[in-house]
Design a protein around this ligand. Structure first.
Ligand code: MGD
Ligand code: MGD
Ligand code: SF4
Ligand code: MO
Length: 671
């Protein structure tokens, strides 16, 4: 029995240090390490479920090729030789016939490792393949906050822990970042910090917070201006700080004064006394930490909301008194690591959010999927799936598990999980970093991402030295400026290092200050945050969706069963539609219909629904079939939380469904 020290490589703010108990080459248990104060000795249900996921029935253990390359053909097991030559022949044929732009690398952080993810991209950089712009998760928030701060990095968690008010704004940290939440709870217990949650629904975080503020979805800018007006009127702003560190305050203040309590309530639904409560709290309990969630910025006005919240701490005299994601404050040489900066002929970059349309139109003839499950997690699912299923589109998936995308692929290559390889990953939210040691040997015939990419490079006759460079030597260069003290050498010898963050009082704006009115605004952005008009109140509802504790996006259904097929409906909306608890309901719009069980609850306000993401409905249709592939104006991010739908008891849909989707609904009215 031995304990292997590693780090969880999942796409998660917490990036836990994990100790793995291994007996005779088999993982027995995973445990949270105490070497990292943020991990604090515990893991979430996913970290705890890893041993089951590693040995799940759903592992891909050998290369597979689909006979006949048709969507409905069966897979057959093949050798690596056959799989690799099938893939490289197809790459070559695609290059010869359609050119490099029709090769698409579709990658995302299924494994956040520097080697398994970034270094493995070198092949595609060498080929000049098309890649996506990584806008699916956080880009609009980065862009919105960046308008005022230059780069979007914010406070360190130790600053949060020392704050007297901690606001989780559009951030369900209790579920999405359970270790950060645990630190906040600790601050409440030990330092009497007050925890506030701003969320239209009573999320698990809202339930456990001291104060819950409930704006309408998409109305956060109005609420922020309301709070700003209160602070300005009551002398709660730090004029000394504003004079020394900011520009544009007068024009911002003028705009804020337009937001009377009555107007704020009219738009956001938040009554005046709640705005007063927050304003008073911020004035009397200093300092505050604004924890800005990614859910906040996934809507039509998401970037506007993120920028509006990020300006509040500046009123209080705080340098970057928020945390969104600190990735932009770190110094990591990605272009060298992923080869983008080495190839000399960068490939085309296309919108990730809107990629469905291109896929469906046959815009790519060869798609290589790495660390992602686009047939579940992308918007515009009907288009995405239609594109992946096209006969003239060759799809290769390298994944440890039979993901929904793998099932639609022509070739599936088995990857080891992160517990089966050595790597380094770092958090966007905390500074602690250590080596991720390999816990066990790769299962079955699974092979590392770098091995696969180098084999393909050889078969394609690519000769650039940097394709075959020792990955650890490349990583050493990549991380040369990353740590406060030390480098990869220290990591390899087992030390825990801290990642350096740019100074929090340096602003990369043209003025070098926090710009309340942004002096550079890209097309579609105004200097000040704008409260966009909310959609008219009609028979459609807004469908919010966010993650639940047991799943990372589409992962872990092999351990915990399907993502719950439920939708939360306010009692008033339910009564108006004769929907009762646990009824089968159809949630639909012009893009599709998803059938779910209704959970009638006042945790969502009237006019708003909530569902766990990214579920598959009782009728087999994924939630993301309802989400348009529309990108926001600022930052090109998705609009998952602005989806408008109707909801009806499923059996009655055929009478009134204007969209013609009733053909897919055959369920009985009641279960
Ligand atoms: N409806 C809705 N949809 C959303 C969102 C939303 O808010 N609402 N949010 C979006 C967000 S924030 C994100 S970040 C995306 C995430 O989108 P994805 O990145 O597609 O998320 P996952 O479903 O986790 O898919 C990761 C895949 O990587 C694989 N993988 C894991 N480890 C490894 C490894 O070591 N090597 C390889 N090769 N593969 C590995 C997993 O098995 C899995 O198939 O989803 C987006 N989708
Ligand atoms: N268990 C688990 N944890 C995860 C993940 C996972 O898949 N599973 N994924 C990770 C990833 S990649 C991401 S991006 C993060 C995301 O995690 P968070 O940053 O917490 O974001 P979400 O969970 O998408 O949404 C948070 C809250 O925003 C609320 N919200 C929606 N619209 C609005 C609005 O207009 N205004 C306000 N104020 N609130 C709104 C939602 O109701 C929701 O409760 O989670 C990470 N952590
Ligand atoms: S998924 Fe996140 S919270 Fe869970 S063990 Fe991994 S890093 Fe920690
Ligand atoms: Mo994300």
């Amino acid at each position: 029995m031995k304990i292997i020290k590693t780090v969880c490589h999942r796409d998660c703010p917490d990036t836990c240090f994990m100790d793995v108990t291994v007996d005779q080459g088999k993982i027995i248990a995973t445990r949270g390490s105490t070497e990292n104060p943020v991990t604090g000795g515990f893991l979430c249900p996913r970290g705890n479920g890893d041993p089951q996921r590693v040995y799940s029935q759903n592992r891909v253990l050998d290369p597979h090729v689909k006979a006949g390359f048709g969507a409905s053909e069966p897979f057959s097991r093949v050798s690596w030789d056959v799989a690799l030559s099938t893939v490289s022949d197809r790459i070559q044929a695609t290059l010869d016939t359609h050119g490099k732009e029709s090769l698409l690398l579709y990658d995302y952080p299924g494994n956040t490792g520097f080697l398994a993810w970034h270094f493995a991209k070198r092949l595609w950089s060498a080929l000049g393949a098309t890649t996506s712009d990584y806008t699916l998760c956080s880009s609009s928030g980065h862009a919105g906050i960046g308008l005022h701060y230059g780069l979007s990095y914010g406070l360190q968690l130790e600053d949060m822990a020392a704050s007297r008010v901690i606001l989780f704004w559009g951030n369900n940290a209790r579920v999405s970042a359970s270790h950060i939440w645990a630190m906040a709870r600790h601050a409440r217990k030990n330092r009497k910090a007050i925890l506030v949650c701003v969320d239209p629904r009573k999320s698990p975080t809202a339930e456990a917070a001291d104060i819950w503020i409930q704006p309408r979805p998409g109305s956060d800018v109005a609420l922020c201006y309301g709070i700003a007006r209160y602070l300005i009127e009551k002398g709660g702003v730090d004029q000394g700080f504003i004079g020394r560190w900011t520009t544009g305050f007068p024009v911002y203040a003028e705009k804020a004064m337009e937001w009377t309590p009555e107007r704020v309530e009219q738009v956001s639904g938040v009554p005046g006394h709640r705005v007063t409560q927050i304003g008073e709290l911020l004035m009397t309990h200093r300092p505050a930490a604004f924890m800005i969630g990614l859910g906040l910025q996934k809507s039509m006005q998401g970037a506007e909301a993120a920028r509006a919240v990020a300006l509040l701490p500046a009123l209080l005299g705080l340098h970057r008194g928020f945390q969104y994601s600190n990735s932009r404050g770190q110094t990591i040489d990605y272009p060298t690591l992923n080869g983008g900066g080495l190839s000399g002929h960068p490939g085309k970059v296309v919108s990730q959010v809107a990629i469905g349309e291109r896929l469906a139109a046959g815009g790519f003839k060869f798609v290589y999927v790495l660390g992602s499950n686009p047939a579940m997690t992308l918007p515009d699912q009907s288009a995405v799936r239609c594109g992946l299923d096209r006969k003239d589109v060759f799809v290769v998936v390298h994944d440890p598990h039979w993901s929904e995308t793998a099932l639609r692929a022509d070739v599936v290559l088995p990857a080891p999980t992160y517990l089966e390889k050595r790597d380094v990953t770092i958090s966007d939210h905390h500074p602690f970093s250590r080596l991720s040691e390999k816990a066990i040997e790769p299962l079955g015939d699974s092979r590392h991402e770098i091995w696969v990419m180098q084999q393909l490079a050889r078969q394609l006759g690519l000769t650039a030295d940097w394709l075959y460079e020792d990955p650890w030597a490349a990583l050493e260069k990549t991380l040369a400026q990353t740590y406060r003290k030390g480098g990869l050498e220290n990591i390899l010898s087992g030390e825990v290092l801290e990642v350096k963050l740019r100074p929090n009082d340096v602003y990369q704006t043209p003025s070098g200050k926090i710009e309340f009115a942004a002096s550079v605004s890209p097309a579609g952005a105004t200097p000040l945050p704008v409260q966009q008009p909310l959609p008219p109140a009609d028979s459609r509802l807004i469908l919010l969706n966010s993650s639940t504790a047991k799943y990372t996006h589409s992962q872990f259904t092999d351990v915990y069963g399907p993502i719950p097929q439920v939708v939360w409906v306010n009692p008033e909306d339910a009564a108006n539609r004769s929907i009762e608890e646990n009824d089968r309901v159809a949630v639909f719009n012009e893009l599709g219909t998803v059938t779910l069980h209704a959970k009638v609850t006042a945790k969502v306000p009237a006019g708003t629904l909530w569902a766990p993401r990214p579920l598959i409905g009782l009728n087999g249709v994924p939630l993301n079939a309802l989400v348009p592939g529309l990108a926001q104006k600022i930052g090109d991010g998705p609009i998952f939380n602005s989806v408008r739908v109707k909801i009806e008891a499923a059996g009655r849909l055929s009478e009134s469904d204007p969209s013609g989707h009733s053909r897919t609904i055959k369920e009985k009215q009641r279960v």
